[in-house]
Write a protein that binds this ligand. Structure first.
Ligand SMILES: Cc1cc2nc3c(=O)[nH]c(=O)nc-3n(C[C@H](O)[C@H](O)[C@H](O)COP(=O)(O)O)c2cc1C
Length: 377
């Protein structure tokens, strides 16, 4: 792994320099990214090694798979990996599972196999998560490899400031908009400077609401992994690491209590970085589905995976900005105002809003090894 300093957005909005991998880590949190190409044998395991690299909210990695039926993957949502405060109906968690499914399908095509996917084979709950499977994915006939496969290992959520001067070619915008397979209600990439001022305003206000609502900020703080040892012990959530963090940790100038305190210097430094990233947002992508059923949410996640891989192909970075789309009561006014602003009327629902532009190269986020996500085989 090339040693690179990179930036990571922390929860509702702190960015710190991060470089959590060193020869001394107990577990290498980046190992799943390095190992994916070397998995041999069972096509399901080969494809799953890529699927666990899918983008997902707060890097909760909510997927669990049962491999007992040959040629079949039964996908479940891990009920211990939800975000009850910021994602009370698990809408974003479902989007992450949709991204996982699309990654699996793309990766299986690299082994020449198509995938027959049955969503919620035993039904589902619209508001909660129960023990029923999210999807049954069965390997089927041969298909040509999906060209998006080659971008899976280099995809990132890039939370750093973007180049405000570089114009995105119209052809690249069109390719990204055309990349989802599902029929979306609406999809748009906003590049107009005046319109972007309004969208950055939504991002700023929504970020402030999330961090100043004690229980939603606490949810993020509890998911912070501060320093190499915590990241290696729990390669998920919001990783805050790197040499600077190790120094701050050693001298007692950073800990979870300080991060929770919105008047602390550590918190303020983070919000300044967050504000800088929003300020350096030349364009935004958003899309809506016709409704907001569990199937819509999964389809939104499948769409996000294809959008993200197409963005890599075009040399572009993406950074989801979900705050204004969240359902906790304190956000409801901004959520409604954003829908009115982009003229999306219920039952249609905006599922993703993200920054898009040219940004720096960053390293991969941690992942749990595949074996820890397999419940039975
Ligand atoms: C549905 C969804 C919502 C997300 N919302 C945010 C967000 O509001 N802020 C943010 O910084 N990242 C957000 N992300 C990005 C995740 O933090 C990121 O995917 C995760 O940390 C894994 O990192 P990676 O995408 O670089 O592999 C979101 C991702 C998904 C799929």
């Amino acid at each position: 792994m090339q040693r690179r300093s990179f930036l990571r957005l922390v929860g509702g909005g702190i960015i710190l320099a991060v470089n959590p991998w060193s020869a001394h880590a107990q577990v290498n949190p980046a190992a799943p990214w390095q190992l994916a190409p070397s998995i041999q044998g069972d096509v399901r395991r080969q494809a799953l090694a890529y699927a666990i690299l899918a983008p997902n909210p707060h890097n909760r990695q909510p997927w669990m798979v049962d491999l007992r039926t040959p040629e079949t993957v039964l996908l479940f949502c891990d009920p211990t990996r939800l975000l009850p405060q910021t994602d009370p109906f698990s809408r974003q968690i479902m989007i992450g599972l949709g991204a996982f499914i699309e990654s699996f399908v793309i990766a299986a095509s690299q082994s020449g196999r198509s995938v027959e996917t049955t969503l919620f084979p035993d039904g589902f709950s619209e508001t909660g998560i129960d023990g029923r499977p999210v999807a049954m994915m069965r390997l089927a006939r041969t298909v040509p490899a999906d060209p998006l496969f080659r971008h899976i290992l280099s995809r990132r959520s890039t939370k750093a400031p973007y180049d405000m001067a570089r114009v995105i070619p119209a052809g690249d915008l069109a390719a990204i908009i055309a990349s989802p397979r599902s029929n979306l209600h609406a999809i748009r990439i906003e590049t107009d400077p005046q319109a972007m001022t309004a969208i950055r305003g939504f991002m700023t206000r929504a970020g402030e609401i999330e961090v100043t609502t004690p229980r939603t900020w606490e949810e993020s703080v509890n998911l912070m992994r501060i320093g190499q040892a915590e990241i290696a012990a729990n390669p998920d959530g919001i990783s805050i690491g790197g040499p600077m963090i190790e120094t701050l940790l050693a001298s007692g100038r950073i800990n979870r209590t300080m991060m929770a305190d919105t008047s602390s210097p550590a918190f303020r430094a983070g919000t300044e970085r967050y504000t800088a990233s929003i300020g350096a947002t030349p364009a935004a992508i958003w899309y809506a589905t016709d409704g907001n059923t569990r199937v819509d949410q999964i389809e939104a996640g499948r769409a996000w995976m294809r959008i993200a891989l197409t963005a890599v192909e075009k040399g572009l970075c993406l950074h989801p900005m979900s705050q204004v789309l969240q359902e906790f009561p304190e956000m409801s006014k901004e959520l409604a105002a954003f829908h009115a602003h982009v003229d999306v009327k219920a039952p249609a629902r905006v599922q993703m809003l993200a920054r898009i532009g040219y940004g720096p190269g960053v390293g991969p986020t941690p992942r749990w090894p595949l074996e820890t996500r397999i419940t039975a085989s």
